[in-house]
Design a protein around this ligand. Sequence first.
Ligand code: FAD
Length: 650
Amino acid sequence: MDATSESEVDVLIVGAGPAGLMLATWLSKLNIRTRIIDKRPACIATGQADGFQCRTLEILDSFGIDRVWKEANRMLEVCFWNPDADGVIRRTGRTPDTPKGFSRFTECVLHQGRMERFFLDHLREDGDTVRVERPVLPSVLTIDESALDDPSAYPITVRLRHFTDEQATPDNPPGSDIPNGLFRSNLTADDTDSLIKTSSDASTNRDEIVRARYLVGCDGAHSWVRKQLGFKMEGEHTEIIWGVLDVIPVTDFPDIRVRSLIHSASAGSLMVIPRENRVVRLYIQLKEVSEGGGAVDRSKVTPGQILAAAQKIIAPYTLTYERCDWFTAYQIAQRVSDRFDLSERVFLAGDAVHTHSPKAGQGQNVSLQDSYNLGWKIGLVVRGQATRDILKTYASERQQIARDLIAFDQKFSKLFSGRPAKDVSDETGISLEEFRSVFHQGAVFAAGLSVDYGPNVLVVKEDDGDVHCVPSLASKIPIGMRLASHKVINQSDALPVELQRLLPSDGRFRLVVFPGDISNLDIRTRYDKLGEYLSNPTGVISAYTSRTAARDSVIEVLTVHSASRTEIELQELPEAFHPFDKARGWDYRKVYADDESYHEGHGRVYENFGIDGEEGCIVVVRPDGYVATIVRMDDTRSLEAYFARFMIKA
Ligand code: FAD
């Protein structure tokens, strides 16, 4: 088929699942010319992922997307059920689902399609420049290797094929009219190749050629982009098949509205996930289907058969349902791609580079976080603000997370699929203590809060060349991790605000200045001197901000001081800390106090961050909210040296 049109775009995203939509959101925010295509005619309406972890909720909030948190079911408790000496299941423990103090959010549950909808709405409200094009898929990829290092080149050429909705709608498995995820499950073959082969009719299909600076494959576990690059998924398939049912249950099981992990004596395991709108998701080990291993006949996987397995595990309690919203079955495959990018021009994110069991609720979360890590980096490079060096950090930062994820999932899945120990002498069985301990150890990881990016061009954890990093100045702020949130009080109007709310995802770096008690003369003098430097035309802000742009458009300066709020007058502080703009007047949202609020207590930020109020410090925060480095209040040379590593002067 001849291609009818040719065009150029900065970024082409293949796949509009969680990873693709997050990336599109970043790029839209940064005004990058972006196209996003998906081979399905519509976003998913039921099923698939449902768990939202703390870090994901923080990230969504940083884009102003709060609808997941508002609509989701908050999952606050976990109950453990195990067989007693007579083999009857009993509740053996309870624990908070998200341990206290992790985040201002707790784990919650809502089906993936809602979140995809929220992203689409957000894109529309955010200028409507990026729209998902459906059903469209890439059929040929070529890369001009001679142009890879030229930042202005379009070295990637992709042939896109447009389909009819009918062609792109997957068949339901025989015998079931209930929506299901079997077509997306790893028990079935992917249909991308056959779609390409069978769709060359010029009257229904159209081809076009797109040249892109960057291509990102967010096209899921069967990734076409990954296959074109020849990258290998490393890891293994387990023999265990799991079934999933989204139902409105009718049961006398007492913990149906809390997350319950049930190990039966000999019928396998079951996990209960209480969802929105009275729905409950059940993850069920399907013993019969998995026995003997080998290929699985998906027509045998029916909601009735999955329910029968659940009934055996949950007995003597009864379980049935009136309505089933969705079902699926999958075989656990724990794999990571050997590479995450080709020459920092073609990237892969999400399930395209890591697959594992869904029970720990990680896939969607880690996938969103992959492209959250990538989006601003591509954006700054395309805008000409940063060198291509920062793109190298995507693979180095996210591949490690994917490996950690697989290690976590291997432990978690083994314990969950294993047979419970009969007593202390039963060495091959899984003891309750062992299970609980792995569950607790994994809690920080599962919440997405253990992500700790290692040293690289963007993260300086100790003295490195001209950047003198002094981590002890904020002993409880781990460099490389996301800046935690505590309440601070706005200097101008006394409003308590979460610190993370001051770090929206808008592509800016931030200098969060903790000057200490600025009612003290010496400390104030040091702070004023920093202010003078930041206003200086030869200072770090001027170096990277064009004269016509707002002063805070590339690097924003925020202050959290530890003086009593009422002893400080905003207008007396240097202008660099509350810049003036002819159209908007003084900026009243840049200076905060670590002080008691009228109604919401005291955030104790200095104490929680381990900052000495006499020494103070400057914390450099990346556009994704991760801490880049920590320097002394008067060490403006280190600030200059840090940004000179990768920023391009305005
Ligand atoms: P996908 O969601 O797979 O999206 C890929 C997109 O690319 C799709 O829209 C697809 O149509 C499109 N596409 C594919 N190939 C092409 C092509 N060639 N051309 C164009 N478009 C293409 N994760 C959690 O975090 N929490 C959970 O609670 C959870 N529960 C789960 C429960 C189940 C039963 C399952 C199956 C998964 C669960 N997951 C969970 C995992 C989660 O669904 C995935 O990890 C997540 O959807 C991955 O997002 P993604 O964007 O990388 O890929």
